[in-house]
Design a protein. Structure first.
Length: 315
């Protein structure tokens, strides 16, 4: 078999005989064709006669020393490779689908996803669908790129995001609160607070620019939105606030989680309480039935506390 040829498939009947015929038509020698197909010469010769009977036409002109293709044989020589290639493609697609069904669904949480119930959302999907799921976490911009590149199937992001090439569904929302230093740190900065505002500490805008700008828009109703400096992630933002270096604004779930291990106070921003969205993105070529099941599971958890049957909007 030549290196640029498709391997023979374990097929029976007509397709197998077509594979044999292609070898005979290429070699015009039953012995070489038999070796190429991995069968004996008598077997190959018999299969060619069966094929001629099935098609109702003589394909080979058999001489004492050589064989040649008849007009019908030449016509089949043109058509058989196309039919076999179609068969190879169908088999490859079936095998790919089988492999896809066995591999885990790849999901990426947004940062502090556990505090935003994303772990519970995925657990709900796992329980109802009995499929393996692998998870990791990252900021919105990285998550979007992982989905775009095919390295993730679904990713949680914090809208608004620029991802018109992806499908997106909002699956929940959370309250935005103010994070303040507590205990001794609060006493140390009381004088500074009375004289003016504490510095505003945020995480880098590049990690989730849409959410960053939305938070500052909310903040502008309470104070000047100017950011004094940025820390690399929520944990370091909370540590800076706990030290008395400033204040910050973040989702209630994250803020309350941080306050469990640091001296912090969580203060609501009043009514109507500002809220930020949690969304899921996926590619347009994703299995939409699978996407619908994943989004539905996320919505059941994301809106569980609302007491209402909220349907998730998909764009």
């Amino acid at each position: 078999m030549r290196g640029d040829e498709e391997p023979l498939l374990s097929l029976s009947g007509l397709l197998r005989r077509l594979e044999y015929f292609v070898a005979v038509a290429d070699e015009l020698h039953l012995g070489r064709a038999a070796r190429r197909c991995g069968v004996s010469q008598p077997t190959l010769s018999h299969q060619m006669k069966v094929l001629e009977k099935e098609l109702g036409a003589e394909l080979l002109s058999r001489g004492s020393r050589r064989i040649a293709l008849t007009a019908s044989g030449k016509a089949l020589q043109e058509e058989a490779p196309r039919l076999l290639q179609c068969t190879y493609s169908i088999k490859a697609r079936i095998q790919q689908a089988a492999a896809e069904s066995r591999r885990p669904i790849r999901v990426v949480f947004s940062r502090s996803g556990h505090a935003l119930r994303q772990r519970e959302m995925v657990a709900e999907f796992r329980e109802r669908n009995a499929v393996p799921v692998s998870v990791e976490s990252g900021w919105s911009e990285r998550n979007i790129n992982l989905v775009r590149s095919g390295q993730a199937d679904f990713a949680f992001v914090r809208p608004p995001v620029e991802a018109d090439d992806l499908r997106m569904s909002v699956v929940g929302d959370v309250e935005l609160v103010k994070l303040l230093p507590g205990g001794g740190a609060a006493d140390r900065v009381a004088e500074e607070q009375s004289a003016g505002e504490l510095p505003l500490i945020m995480w880098p805008r590049s990690l989730a620019p849409g959410l960053y700008d939305k938070v500052l828009d909310f903040v502008s109703h309470e104070r000047s939105p100017q950011v004094a400096w940025e820390e690399p992630d929520y944990i370091n933002v909370a540590a800076a606030v706990a030290s008395g270096a400033g204040v910050s604004y973040m989702d209630r779930g994250i803020a309350e989680w941080m306050s469990l291990s640091a001296d912090l106070r969580v203060r609501p921003l009043g009514l109507p309480e500002p809220r930020t969205d949690i969304a899921v993105v996926w590619r347009y070529d994703q299995d939409q039935e699978l996407a619908s099941r994943f989004v539905a599971a996320c919505c059941r958890i994301g809106y569980a506390d609302s007491g209402a049957d909220r349907s998730c909007l998909v764009r």
